[in-house]
Write a protein that binds this ligand. Structure first.
Ligand SMILES: C[S@@+](CC[C@H](N)C(=O)[O-])C[C@H]1O[C@@H](n2cnc3c(N)ncnc32)[C@H](O)[C@@H]1O
Length: 207
């Protein structure tokens, strides 16, 4: 997928597209020196990473004002969502424990001219938000049970969770159901027929 094909697929406003192109310029520059995303995925990054992230936007509640992305890595999905949701006034927080990746996220966010962005360079387990986010997102961070443990520590009763999940989503749901009550909607992925997006609400621990 080319950037122009991404634009046609998502129909993002021109200004948002320019910001994503700027993110990509910084990503490619850093990728020559650092391993930010798997090298095998760089050629098809507009499909594998940008579209994979952008597909979350139509699923998110319009009333949301705060979003926290866990283990953001090179900014997927968190930095893409920050660019796409800034016009809606959504504040985006990225939590990432690797300092080098945080430096990338901060530099890319500044180059993109994004103002609704906060990068927390800490482990999720020790991060203190000071607010209960409306939305928590994550991709390729941990299996669902562990993700929910991370999330529950940060979130409030009304928080909704959107996790991009791979092939073993059913196994992860079965495992997590031993420890968590939750309402789950499983959305098909637009980028990978074997993958799914889990939308989770009403999360509570099994007692
Ligand atoms: C496999 S990468 C995925 C990155 C990105 N979400 C993506 O899908 O491209 C997982 C990222 O989570 C970060 N990470 C892992 N455990 C973490 C923790 N406990 N707290 C914060 N970040 C963590 C790692 O440093 C890494 O950048």
């Amino acid at each position: 997928m080319t950037p122009e094909e991404f634009l046609a697929e998502t129909n993002v406003p021109r200004e948002t597209f320019e910001r994503l192109l700027e993110m990509d310029r910084v990503l490619i520059d850093w990728s020559e020196r650092h391993n930010l995303v798997a090298r095998s995925t760089i050629k098809d990054r507009w499909h594998r990473h940008y579209l994979d992230s952008a597909q979350l936007v139509p699923l998110l509640p319009e009333s949301a004002k705060t979003l926290v992305d866990l283990g953001s890595g090179a900014g997927f999905p968190g930095l893409v969502l920050a660019a796409m949701l800034e016009p809606e006034g959504v504040q985006v927080t990225l939590i990432e424990s690797t300092q080098k990746k945080c430096a990338f996220l901060t530099e890319a966010g500044a180059a993109m001219g994004i103002k609704n962005l906060q990068v927390i360079p800490e482990r999720i387990e020790s991060a203190r938000l000071g607010f209960k986010p409306d939305i928590v997102t994550a991709r390729a961070l941990a299996r669902l049970d562990k993700l929910l443990g991370y999330s529950a520590g940060l979130a409030g009763k009304k928080t909704k969770y959107y996790f991009l999940k791979g092939q073993d989503v059913e196994g992860e749901l079965t495992e997590a159901a031993k420890y968590w009550h939750m309402n789950v909607i499983k959305h098909p992925s637009r980028t990978d027929p074997r993958a799914a997006i889990l939308e989770i609400g009403n999360l509570a621990r099994v007692r």
